[in-house]
Design a protein around this ligand. Structure first.
Ligand SMILES: [Zn+2]
Length: 268
């Protein structure tokens, strides 16, 4: 049995106001945040957790977030750094469908795709304040058609190749790869814990808490469906991390991200 290897695929950066990152706390002012996806090389196959943002989409709908993304930070570019192509990935799991987590799904028509059962219905019919979060609909013919945006399906998407297998509650995606249901940020949001052969388990907090400070102070981002539920999910992640003695990794924490391994460098 080979050891599981975990690669962080650097997907570039976005700019948010501090009051959006730390809701009702701030301080305000522009803060550049990282965006990344996670590739898991596992005995059971290659699993991709989220697919980052699409630069052109972001410039069209969220230009105020001033995206930066080099060719190596696109999903095909980041995989190429590992000597891989999108076709080498067997399973794509989306923790939720905000635009910075599903922008590269269009490169994986062949892959098995998995998400929470309520995420696609929510992307089809979001709350009024969720429209920009669920702005990139290229991951799903169903969602793009529901929102009148089928003209943006430019990568040969079909109903068949954008069909998802849906899950609910906690699920073991592969042996030692645990999906923890942590709603609040979105209706079907997940965090992911990966067991490692040579180290403590890795807890990918993902958007359950954007930064270390967010989790330490139970301060979520302003982009949420249900803030009370979001705080309970953060408390759950803290409990799980303590119970499993897991090492925490944050989705949008630029200071923490500077210390993370990216590109061909991996965790195991
Ligand atoms: Zn995000």
């Amino acid at each position: 049995m080979a050891d599981t290897k975990i690669y962080f695929l650097d997907g570039g950066t976005l700019l948010l106001d501090g009051f959006h990152i730390w809701w009702n706390q701030g301080p305000g002012g522009g803060v550049r945040i990282p965006s990344y996806s996670v590739l898991i090389e596992h005995d059971e196959g290659r699993f991709l957790i989220d697919t980052g943002f699409d630069y052109d989409h972001t410039m069209k709908y969220l230009a105020f977030e001033q995206p930066t993304q080099t060719p190596e930070q696109t999903i095909p570019g980041a995989l190429k750094l590992l000597g891989l192509e999108p076709k080498d990935v067997g399973v794509v799991f989306n923790t939720h469908f905000h635009f910075d987590h599903c922008g590269g799904n269009k490169y994986f028509p062949h892959a098995k795709k998995i998400c929470h059962k309520d995420e696609i219905p929510q992307a089809c019919n979001p709350e009024v304040f969720e429209h920009l979060g669920y702005s990139d609909l290229s991951f799903s013919v169903e969602a793009a058609e529901a929102r009148g945006r089928a003209d943006e399906l430019t990568h040969g998407q079909t109903a068949a190749n954008t069909t998802f297998e849906t899950i609910e509650g906690d699920v073991e995606l592969a042996k030692g790869v645990h999906l923890f249901f942590t709603p609040g940020h979105t209706v079907g949001n997940y965090a992911v814990m990966i067991e490692r052969a040579k180290d403590r388990p890795m807890m990918l907090v993902l958007d359950t808490a954007y930064t270390k400070r967010s989790l330490d102070t139970l301060c979520q981002a302003s982009f949420h469906l249900d803030p009370a539920q979001g705080v309970r999910s953060m408390m759950r992640i803290r409990d799980l991390a303590e119970k499993h003695d897991a090492e925490l990794f944050f989705s949008h924490d630029i200071e923490a991200f500077k210390g993370y391994k990216t590109g061909p460098d991996f965790y195991s």
